[in-house]
Structure formats: C-alpha cells, structure tokens
Design a protein around this ligand. Sequence first.
Ligand SMILES: NC(=O)c1ccc[n+]([C@@H]2O[C@H](COP(=O)([O-])OP(=O)(O)OC[C@H]3O[C@@H](n4cnc5c(N)ncnc54)[C@H](OP(=O)(O)O)[C@@H]3O)[C@@H](O)[C@H]2O)c1
Length: 99
Amino acid sequence: MPHILLLGATGYIGGSVLDRLLKIQKPDITISVIVRDSDKAKKLATTFPGLDVHNKPYEDHQLLVDLASRADVVFNCVKISTSLYHNIISSLNITGQCR
Ligand SMILES: NC(=O)c1ccc[n+]([C@@H]2O[C@H](COP(=O)([O-])OP(=O)(O)OC[C@H]3O[C@@H](n4cnc5c(N)ncnc54)[C@H](OP(=O)(O)O)[C@@H]3O)[C@@H](O)[C@H]2O)c1
C-alpha cells in the first residue's frame, strides 16, 4: 500500500501539495502529515478524515524516522531553521528516503 509522508502540510507550498495529493488519491494510498500546532492538526484531521495526522513537533526525531521508514515518498515543504533541517534530513538519511 503506497505511503506518502508530507512535511509542512499547513503551509502555502505544503497545502498546495496536499491538495494535489488528495485529488489524485486512490483508496489504498496513505498520506501522513506531522503538524506541530494542535488546532491546525485538529482542523486537518476534521477536514480530511482519511489523513493520518500526527500532532508532534518536528524535533521528535523518532517519529520522523518511524514515519519516513514506512513512506515510499517524502515531501518536505517545511520552512526550516538549520537545526530543524538537520533533524529532518538526518531522519530521511537514516531511513534511506533522502533523494
Ligand atoms: N511560497 C513560495 O512561493 C516559495 C517559493 C520557493 C521556495 N519556497 C520555500 O518553500 C518552503 C515553504 O514555503 P511556504 O511559503 O509554504 O512557507 P509557509 O507558508 O510559511 O509554511 C511553512 C510550513 O513550515 C512549517 N514550519 C515552519 N517552522 C516550523 C517548525 N519550527 N516546526 C515545525 N513546522 C514548522 C509551518 O508549520 P506551522 O503551520 O505550524 O507554522 C508550515 O507548515 C520554504 O523553505 C520556502 O523558502 C517557497
């Protein structure tokens, strides 16, 4: 079952990517998102019931590793600081998803 991990789904670019993904979504595709803000996470989960929403900070390295290791494709649309960048990229490197 194809699994997509989208980072930054609440942003301008990430929101557009999510919109595109949902339009082409087939029933067997899982789309996971990580959202740091609880209100935004609830809104996304309510608006898109099939979305796999994780309300966690991007500093949660283990969550990133777990989700990235299960994903076939990762879209990183987060506006990131240098430290966050290293956390995200190292997670993707560990799981072999950094392309
Ligand atoms: N917009 C453009 O036309 C454009 C063009 C070329 C390149 N880019 C690049 O694309 C990236 C995204 O741009 P954008 O316009 O979509 O930005 P944006 O609308 O400000 O969205 C930023 C996204 O990153 C998340 N984010 C930022 N800091 C975070 C943190 N510390 N922890 C967790 N999540 C964090 C935001 O989450 P919250 O909702 O929780 O804040 C949001 O989902 C940027 O690197 C930008 O430079 C943008």
